[in-house]
Design a protein around this ligand. Structure first.
Ligand code: GLN
Ligand code: ZN
Length: 768
């Protein structure tokens, strides 16, 4: 018999129950015990959805983030002052989200920083390793959850992050500190394994996804030492779990690690699978990720059988099947989508449907399945797969023609930046240190309700449009009053910067309930990019021109760039991502040109996800950078030299990108910087970046209002490394999550601070 398992299941619940419960708890409207019981209920449902599997994963559930749970499991968090006396979930959430003075009657607690989980859009909380880091095992909650699963009639397989991956993901001033901490951490893992075996746990999933990255030699060595010592005398069996890529160059030594099984992504490792199966020890199990945990397209059963059958013949019972990664990255249940076009629904799987696919594949492999059932399974699957590959919804001849008509000139502006910036200055006549914002203004409940009412046809198009225009009027009026130089319309009509455009472009479908956790209680609903994309009609021109008609100052046109549209969608897998991105670039290019023709002289094309799209392996990065840059340029180069192209990027930590920023040829680039400190900025200036730059002057992620003094100090600090002609002054991201009061105060302070710095510059100039 083949064993079926999963690496993890979405924890948010079918209807985002986790989000609503946790937020209610945060507001003080739900006692902790009640939240705990909702947690138990959600775990129960998670396991029920996977009852076809031979064991259930325990430890994939989390109230906020499973990496933070790992920090708690090993007692790795900043010491609280004794007066703070935070316990249980209160303590946990305080580290996740911070806690201000009032609640502790003491020092505020700063939240742990967050960063992206590999190249996904899931964010984890980053703990720090220092010389005095100590660990202390606290396995109570995890063990209790194993018992919970057992009581409910399931066979629990706890999952834990492996020690090396955990430390790799932590922050530390040097790599060697992490490896030193490993010496202290490994005994705790042994302790945990002993505890598991006392609780009659047979298998433990130990996740080491960094085995799919390029690893420094010390880390490779550390793997070998760690895994030889980690096993306690009576250790349960270990399933060493990798995902997000192939273990290729590491395969030789990874296979020698003393574990009882290894999980590999079947597609990524396809060419090594036979060799790997030959190298396994007779007692070792191979778990194959045969259905995609990160994207939604139905598995092609025939192809899967081609890969898996020879392995099954060789390994028999020692072959396990699973999704390639945790299903955390997929929406929960496709059956909730009542309005998704029937054909598209036929082509995709969400988490629950992936489990069904596993049971199908198992049946297809095993001899005892009646051949009529096998035929039926294969036929239905083939129909779905073929209907997608042949569909006219997917393949649009006119898009292919447009692609063929792309020529080299379309990738370049007609003048160099130096010439353009002079021409733009003549038309725009901006003061030194121009002030602007990133695009969105606060999203109020009233706005959310307005959009929802419109979507569900409770109000007319005219009514909706009128209300949006009124909001834009207010936004423009406010910015005029505050004295900003380049205005925005405030994006009141947009729920999400990707979904908004996906609703207007051909080739995309949007969903109602297909939420995926991004961080904590925040979920996103990535659209489905299923076919050739094109722009049936202008998407933003009407509101952009309306906004511009209200002011003498430039109002920015606001678009999402091709790479971000791609990265934040479930993307078709039947052609290279670069080609899909190129189609998006063409559609956005047309919008940029239409905005210009309608009299918009400043156009911003956001690319906050450019960094996230980076392949994990170094060897694959140059190719990605090349096409990402090309497609951004294809989208933005169709305008005259007098039109000023802005772009915005966020999420700091993009050192890899810096050497390439110059090539994007952006007139004005605004970036998140406030949280990254000066490191990022130094890197940019060292790279001899010559174009205009607006490094976020205050952090929009915190609910505090920056003072005028702090802002002017920040601007002056910028002036030490860049000339005033190069600097723009702006917040570090959109203001949609802030309140109106905070937005207004912060922007006033920003404008006043800038004015005072300008005055100083002027006096100094006159003094000379
Ligand atoms: N223009 C968008 C906004 O201001 C940019 C959002 C982002 O960078 N993620 O909301
Ligand atoms: Zn941003």
């Amino acid at each position: 018999m083949i064993t079926l398992h999963s690496l993890g299941f979405p924890r948010i619940g079918k209807r985002r129950e986790l989000k609503f419960a946790v937020e209610q708890y945060w507001r003080g409207d739900m006692p902790e015990e009640h939240l705990e019981s909702i947690g138990r209920q959600l775990r129960r449902e998670q396991w029920e959805s996977q009852s076809e599997l031979d064991m259930v994963t325990v430890g994939d559930f989390s109230f906020y983030d499973h990496v933070l749970d790992t920090s708690f499991l090993f007692g790795h968090y900043p010491e609280l002052q004794s007066q703070q006396r935070l316990k249980g979930l209160e303590h946990y959430f305080a580290l996740a989200r911070g806690l201000d003075n009032e609640n502790t009657g003491n020092q505020p607690i700063t939240p742990l920083p967050m960063t992206k989980w590999f190249n996904t859009n899931y964010h984890y909380s980053v703990s720090t390793i220092s010389e005095d880091t100590e660990f202390k095992l606290n396995a109570k909650s995890l063990l209790a959850q194993c018992e919970e699963a057992e009581m409910a009639g399931y066979r629990p397989k706890p999952t834990i992050l492996g020690p090396l991956t955990y430390l790799w993901l932590c922050d530390a001033s040097s790599d060697s500190l992490k490896l030193e901490a490993l010496q202290k951490l490994v005994p705790k893992y042994s302790e945990l394994l002993t505890a598991f075996s006392s609780n009659a746990i047979e298998w433990v999933q130990i996740e080491e996804p960094i085995l799919t990255l390029d690893l420094p030699p010390e880390w490779k060595q550390a793997f070998q030492q760690t895994y030889s010592t980690i096993r306690a005398k009576s250790s349960p069996k270990l399933m060493l779990t990798t995902y997000f890529g192939d273990i290729g160059e590491h395969a030789d030594w990874v296979l020698k690690l003393p574990v009882d099984g290894i999980h590999l992504d079947a597609k990524a490792n396809e060419s090594y699978l036979i060799t790997i199966s030959e190298q396994l020890e007779p007692h070792q199990v191979l778990s194959l990720g045969v259905v995609d945990g990160r994207n939604i397209w139905k598995t092609n059963y025939e192809q899967t059988l081609d890969t898996v059958t020879p392995l099954y013949k060789r390994l028999g019972e020692r072959l396990w099947l699973a999704p390639s990664t945790s299903l955390l990255h997929l929406p929960v249940d496709l059956s909730l989508e009542l309005h998704l076009p029937r054909q598209i629904k036929e082509w995709v799987c969400f988490a629950k449907q992936r489990i069904q696919e596993l049971t199908d594949i198992k049946q297809l492999l095993q001899d005892d399945t009646p051949s009529t059932s096998k035929q039926l399974l294969l036929k239905t699957n083939k129909q779905a797969v073929e209907s997608r590959s042949k569909s006219l919804l997917v393949h649009k001849p006119f898009v292919k023609v447009m692609m063929m008509n792309i020529n080299e000139n379309m990738y370049h502006r007609s003048d160099e930046f130096e010439t353009r910036s002079k021409l733009q200055q003549q038309t725009l006549a901006l003061p030194p240190l121009p002030t602007t914002t990133i695009g969105s203004f606060p999203q109020t409940n009233a706005l959310r309700k307005l959009r929802q009412d419109f979507k569900e046809h409770r109000i007319s198009h005219e009514y909706h449009q009128q209300a949006i225009q009124t909001t834009i009027e207010e936004n423009i009026e406010l910015q005029e009053r505050i004295g900003l130089d380049v205005l925005v319309h405030g994006e009141p009509e947009r729920s999400d910067m990707v979904e908004f455009f996906a609703e207007k472009l051909d080739g995309f479908a949007t969903t109602e309930h297909a939420w995926v956790q991004s961080y904590g209680t925040r979920c996103v609903r990535p659209p489905i990019l299923y076919g050739d994309t094109s722009r049936p009609s202008p998407m933003t021109v009407e509101l952009a021109t309306y906004a511009q008609s209200l002011s003498e100052k430039p109002v920015k046109g606001m678009l999402t760039g091709p790479v971000t549209m791609l990265t934040w969608s479930f993307v078709r897998d039947d052609q290279p991502r670069s080609v899909t991105c190129q189609q998006l670039a063409l559609a956005i290019r047309d919008e940029v040109i239409d905005l210009e023709s309608a009299g918009i002289s400043v156009i911003q094309i956001d690319e906050p996800a450019l960094k996230e799209g980076f392949p994990l392996k170094l060897a694959a990065q140059p190719n990605y950078i090349q096409w990402a840059i090309d497609n951004f340029k294809l989208a933005t180069s169709g305008v005259k030299s007098t039109t000023q192209i802005h772009s915005h990027m966020c999420y700091s930590h993009f050192s890899e990108l810096i050497p390439h920023l110059q090539k994007l040829d952006i007139d004005v680039l605004t970036i998140e910087n406030a949280r990254a400190g000066s490191r990022f900025l130094n890197e940019i200036t060292e790279s001899n970046y010559t174009k205009a730059l607006g490094p976020g002057i205050f952090d929009i992620h915190t609910p505090t209002t920056p003072s005028e003094i702090s802002i002017s100090n920040n601007v002056k600090a910028l002036l030490t490394s860049m000339p005033p002609t190069q600097i723009w002054v702006n917040p570090d991201c959109g203001l949609k999550t802030r309140t109106w009061q905070q937005t207004e105060e912060s922007l006033k302070n920003m404008v006043n601070a800038t004015q005072s710095v300008r005055n100083e510059l002027e006096t100094r100039k006159q003094g000379v």
